[in-house]
Design a protein around this ligand. Structure first.
Ligand code: FAD
Length: 524
């Protein structure tokens, strides 16, 4: 479990003199008062915060709800020796500090991988970003003619007003190309029709790309945005830990312990006691329902904002609770299939644009790192299904989901069902924080109230309701730790998409930053 055994001592308020105390009440709540900082969540954010604190000689404890693993969404799970990601996790950052930290932790264990991630449609692979000559060739003369005609039509009479994702893409690529390459995947991912998603998401996400630009790229290569930066979707090399992202986070966990910190698994923070001006304790439950009260001087939360507010004791004011209750998430599950073939396809992952199957993306783990697959004569694939917790997919039994995966991979012609020899299912709730029209207003209400709790820092993806990558989550936690260390006064909400950051009062407010997520269009 990663917990030290209790020692009977007395709790002295405001002090951190010892490791363990036990209250004499037979209701048996353990009290831990050994750590200056208590951190909720053992994902990249929580662990990075703890690493930074312990590196500076300060004590802290990370409380992780999962009973087995650290790493959160960036963990590496294992089934019969097959290691796999929850999604595929590229290690790519514009921040030299984050890159330096990754190298410091894993050094030579980080391997450089080439990205090949194509679109699979009509039993053919298409490059993404689109290479029009290649795409038109593969789609054949009849469909290519329709694409060109629909493109010309869209240019001559564009949809106005351009409010929706659908209108934005159709206006730039034509309807036929939109239907093949944009509609079905986007709808699978977000669970919304493309006519409900606002155009600004397309503008940001597909920034700088148009059919004309893509043709120019196909002919001359080196697609650049107007600012001269290589467009983001073209990043084609990344770092990856030899044994998957979990290797990074397991190594950070060990370093934290080596530096005098603690990581307690099976500790779900369920109650947060405060006196209106400061947090006084995180109370964590284990899977047996036993409670432990962690006292501290500083608290760092990377647990979902919605859960944080719900856990407040005394409760947050009604409008704050309502705002937290309105934050929404998109959930995710992976069906891992073990295939009795040494090779399946050369991509690291592929996007499934076939509209008649529900699988959205497939990870080919052997191509992330051959060491994720213990038997060289076999492969393992992760079929990703985007869903909402409690919907029909989420509630299916594992056996049903395995059967669905087997059937769909056969139906789209990638792998024969008879080659699937085994598999498992992993569900990941709250994989994506949802940005809808109201979420910023809700966050503003929550942040205003949380500002009263002077010793509470927030960091991470769901911890700040920001759709971002590991590097961004790590950077917010690094800055939160520096606030605790007294090394500056950083506004973690200003860490932007590319994990650049500014000290308080510095650059323009980047509170809207984070990876860009579609927004539902408001009623006309
Ligand atoms: C499909 C997919 C693909 C991705 N691909 C990439 C990629 O290629 N590259 C990249 O850099 N990033 C990628 N990401 C993003 C990356 O996974 C996250 O940015 C990162 O894991 C966020 O770290 P975090 O610590 O903020 O949150 P999380 O990873 O969510 O960790 C939070 C931790 O807190 C724990 N927790 C929650 N509630 C409580 C509680 N009440 N008490 C105690 N513990 C609690 C959870 O169990 C979890 O371990 C991807 C994400 C998804 C969903």
């Amino acid at each position: 479990m990663g917990m030290e055994s209790p020692q009977s001592q007395t709790v002295r308020a405001g002090q951190i003199p010892h490791r363990w105390t036990r209250v004499d009440d037979p209701g048996a709540e353990f009290v831990v008062a050994a750590y200056e900082t208590v951190i909720a969540g053992g994902g990249p954010a929580g662990l990075t915060g703890a690493y930074e604190l312990t590196r500076h000689g300060r004590t802290c404890v990370v409380l992780e709800a999962d009973a087995r693993m650290v790493g959160g969404i960036s963990r590496t799970d294992e089934y019969k020796g097959y290691r796999f990601d929850i999604g595929g996790h590229r290690f790519f950052s514009k921040s030299s500090e984050v890159n330096g930290l990754w190298r410091e932790i894993l050094g030579g264990e980080l391997i450089t991988r080439s990205r090949l991630s194509r679109i699979y449609y009509g039993r053919k692979f298409f490059y993404y970003p689109l290479k029009p000559v290649d795409a038109l060739w593969k789609l054949g003369p009849w469909r290519s003619a329709r694409i060109l005609l629909s493109y010309i039509k869209a240019r001559l009479s564009p949809i106005r007003p351009e409010r929706t994702f659908e209108a934005w893409v159709v206006n730039r690529f034509g309807r036929v190309l939109f239907e093949i390459f944009f509609k079905s995947y986007t709808e699978k991912l977000w669970g919304m029709s493309t006519s409900e998603i606002s155009a600004d998401w397309a503008a940001q996400r597909i920034k700088g790309l148009s059919l004309v630009a893509a043709v120019v790229n196909g002919l001359f290569g080196g697609l650049k945005s107007r600012k001269g930066e290589v467009i983001k979707t073209l990043i084609d090399e990344f770092q990856y830990p030899r044994l998957g992202p979990g290797q990074m986070w397991e190594a950070v966990r060990d370093r934290i312990r080596g530096q005098g910190g603690a990581v307690h698994l099976d500790r779900k923070v369920v109650r947060i006691e405060h006196d209106g001006s400061a947090v006084t304790a995180f109370i964590a439950a284990d899977s047996q329902g036993r409670m432990t009260r962690y006292l501290g001087s500083h608290f760092l939360s990377t647990m979902p904002v919605r859960d944080l507010i719900r856990a407040m004791d005394p409760p947050a004011p009604a409008e704050v609770s309502a705002a937290a209750g309105a934050l929404r998430y998109r959930d995710f599950l992976t069906v891992v299939l073990i295939i009795d073939r040494p090779e399946t396809f050369p991509d690291t992952w592929i996007y499934i644009h076939e509209p008649d199957v529900r699988v959205g993306r497939i990870q080919n783990f052997k191509n992330w790192s051959p060491e994720l697959v213990p038997d060289a004569s076999r492969s393992s694939l992760g079929l990703e299904y985007f869903c909402f917790e409690g919907d029909d997919l989420w509630n299916r039994t594992d056996a049903d989901l395995l059967e669905l995966g087997r059937r769909e991979i056969d139906a789209i012609g990638l792998v024969a069902a008879s080659d699937v020899v085994d598999g498992c299912v992993v569900r990941m709730p709250k994989a994506y924080p949802v940005y809808d029209d109201e979420y910023q207003g809700h966050l503003a209400v929550i942040r205003r109230w949380l500002a009263n709790l002077s010793n509470l820092e927030l960091a991470g993806r769901n911890g700040m309701h920001k759709y971002n990558n590991q590097d961004h989550s790590m950077m917010t936690a690094l800055l939160a730790a520096r606030n605790i260390l007294g090394l500056g006064r950083y506004d973690t909400w200003k860490v932007n998409t590319d994990a650049e950051y500014h000290e308080e009062g510095g650059e323009a407010d980047n509170q809207n930053a984070g990876r860009i997520v579609p927004r539902r269009v408001s009623a006309a």
